[in-house]
Structures are given as C-alpha cells and as structure tokens.
Design a protein around this ligand. Structure first.
Ligand SMILES: *Cc1c(COP(=O)(O)O)cnc(C)c1O
Length: 357
C-alpha cells in the first residue's frame, strides 16, 4: 500500500496546558487533531493534521441516528530522556478495523493511521504530562457521516485521532474497588456487538452503572446475557481471578471485548511461569472459592487503570471481601511491571513499546 502524504496545518495559537496535578480524565484536548475522510467512490483521502476545533456534520448523518461508529483508546508516555513511548499501538489499529468490520464500516490503512498518530504526537509532544501516573490519552475513532435516514451502512466516513492529557488513575496509590454484580441488565450477548468498541455498548451500560454508583459501588460486574451465571467483564475492563495459585479469566466467547491489557497480562504471566487459564467462570464458583479461602485476588484490566484490584463483591445482596480488601501481591506486581514497561522504567522483554525519536 502506498503511504499517502499527510498535510499539516499548524495552529497559530497555543492553548494553556493544565498543571499535571490538576489533570482529570478526558476533559482537556491538545492543539491539533488528525483527520481522514472516506467515500465509497474515492476510498480514504485528505489525510491531514489541523488545529483542534469543532467541525460541521449534517444533522441527518447516520452516526447521530443509528450509531454507526467505532473507537479505540491507548496512551503515550514520555520517557526519562524525553522520548515519546507508545504501548502496542498497532494492536489498537488492528482492533479498530475488527470493530469496523462488525459495524459494516470500511477498513482504515493501519500503517497510515499509525503514521498519522506519530506525526500528531510529535506536533503535540509538549502536551504529554510528566508526573508519575499521568499520560497522554489517545482516542482514534471513525464516524458515519452520510446524511441519510434509511437504516443502511453509510457511504461516507470520517476517521479522527484526538489527544487528551490525563491524570493518574490512582491519586493516592493503587486502591481496590467495590463491585456490584449486575443481575438485571446485561452488556452484550454472543452474536451482538460486545466484541466491538462501538458507542452503543457504552450507552447501554449507563443505566446499570448509574444504579451501582447510587449504591456506593464503583463498577458493575457483567454476567452473561443468557443465563446470568457466567462472568464476562467488570465495567469496561476485562476481569481476572487468582484461585489457589492459578490465574483465571473468562474465555473470549463472542460477547467479551478482547482487551490489549488482558492479552498482555496473559503473556506476562506465561513469561513468569504463573499458571493462567482462559475458561468459563461462574459467579457461583467465585462465591465458593471465597467461602473456602481459595480466592486470593481479583482485578480488572484495561488501558485507563491498567490494573484495578477488586476489594469487595456484592452478589444478590451477599457481600464478600477479597484479600481483606487490600491489593494483592500479584496485582501489585503486574501493575508495577506493566506501567514500568510503558514508561520505560522497566525493561521490555516483549518489544511491546514503540519509541519515537
Ligand atoms: C476497551 C475495553 C476493555 C479493555 O481493553 P484494553 O485494550 O485493555 O484497554 C475491556 N472491556 C471493554 C468493554 C472495553 O471497551
């Protein structure tokens, strides 16, 4: 594939940057954005980097009515010697295309997208925060832009990458969270869109999250959509348990989102010779493992938190506390190693990180 050129228009003004200690999640955006446009006749054209600004979209655009859209999330870090570091970005571009395939959207040129991301990061490099735990969150996404009220795949799309400096997920050190097991609402079913990062899945999850928040829980644990017996995910993270020295995580079953953090954790555990198994796990099994003392740790995994230890579950009004509500040894080690590899403080034996010059 020929790599088309990217036209760059630099912003004439620079926005004020927030202080590292004031950073939150996803509230502030950098000076530039990457765009490419698609139509069925021309394919992807007009790859460009331009000042970050709102843009016009027709009110009849398919994205607004039928939600034909996909997204990704990854992070850039700055190394001690001032180089931009990206964690497995090619995996995100690949997954964006897998999501697009499910939504009848066109494939992007993954190399072109990576090149666009690299150039965008280079232009907005000063926006990468430096304090421990902070990073520059990267949001690539594709929207259907054709004005048409019929239910059909769009003939026009826009691909964009925007950047947002984000604060440390753990302001007071890594903290276990309380989880409400969701018995009424479901996130996805096999055959649905659960394996795709597409907007509708997140809109559909808000109700359960709202109820969990009201009850004082930070996330919901999603059970399978058919029998509501088997564990799927926690919030928008994958989930792991350590039972009797063995690490288990739900097998990819057609409704679980395949996390890049999940995949990396599995590879890391194998590298350390820690037994790790992907299989079906019922909530009943977790309850029994807890009762017998075999449940040692539980944690969620995802780009935002990296590792989120679980300190308590509430399942049908029965509460059970994991590892006395404290962060487990393995959770702590996985967090330290993975974040260390991402920032460059720990050696990367897997060649996961790309460093830009
Ligand atoms: C993005 C996401 C994850 C985690 O994926 P990572 O690649 O590890 O960030 C897990 N579950 C859902 C539903 C997600 O949207």
């Amino acid at each position: 594939m020929t790599v088309k050129s990217i036209e760059i228009t630099e912003s004439t003004t620079k926005k004020d940057k927030p202080l590292d200690e004031e950073l939150q999640f996803g509230t502030v955006f950098t000076d530039h954005m990457f765009i490419a446009d698609y139509s069925t006749e021309t394919g992807w054209t007009d790859h460009r980097i331009m000042p970050y600004e709102p843009f016009k979209v027709d009110p009849a655009a398919i994205i607004f009515h039928y939600g034909q859209t996909v997204f990704e999330g990854l992070k850039a870090y700055l190394s001690k010697d001032g180089k931009i570091r990206l964690f497995r970005p090619e995996q995100n571009m690949k997954r964006l295309n897998q999501s697009s395939e499910r939504l009848c959207m066109p494939q992007i040129d993954e190399e072109m997208a990576l090149e666009g991301l690299k150039q965008l990061l280079t232009i907005d490099k000063e926006w990468i925060p430096k304090a421990a735990g902070t990073s520059l969150y990267i949001r690539p996404f594709v929207i259907a832009t054709e004005p048409y009220l019929g239910v059909a795949p769009s003939t026009k799309y826009r691909f964009m990458i925007i950047l947002s400096p984000v604060g440390s997920y753990y302001k007071e050190g890594i903290q276990p969270v309380k989880i409400l097991v969701e018995n009424e609402y479901v996130r996805a079913v096999a055959g649905g869109t659960g394996t795709a990062k597409t907007a509708g899945n997140y809109a559909a999850s808000l109700k359960a999250q709202e109820i969990a928040t009201e009850k004082g829980y930070s996330q919901v644990l999603w059970l399978d959509g058919v029998e509501k017996k088997y564990i799927e995910e926690v919030g928008s993270m994958n989930v792991f348990f350590k039972i009797n020295g063995e690490v288990v995580t739900p097998a990819l079953n057609g409704s679980i989102l395949e996390g890049i953090t999940r995949k990396s954790i599995i590879e890391m555990l194998k590298h350390w010779d820690v037994p790790v198994v992907e299989r079906q796990i019922s909530m009943e099994e977790i309850k029994e493992a807890h009762a017998s003392g075999a449940l040692e740790e539980a944690f969620g995994t995802g780009t935002a938190a990296v590792i989120s230890p679980i300190g308590e579950f509430n399942w049908q009004d029965t509460k059970f506390v994991v590892n006395e509500g404290k962060t487990g040894e393995l959770s702590e080690k996985l967090y330290a190693t993975l974040t260390g590899i991402q920032t460059g403080e720990v050696e990367d034996p897997f060649n996961w990180v790309i460093e830009l010059d």
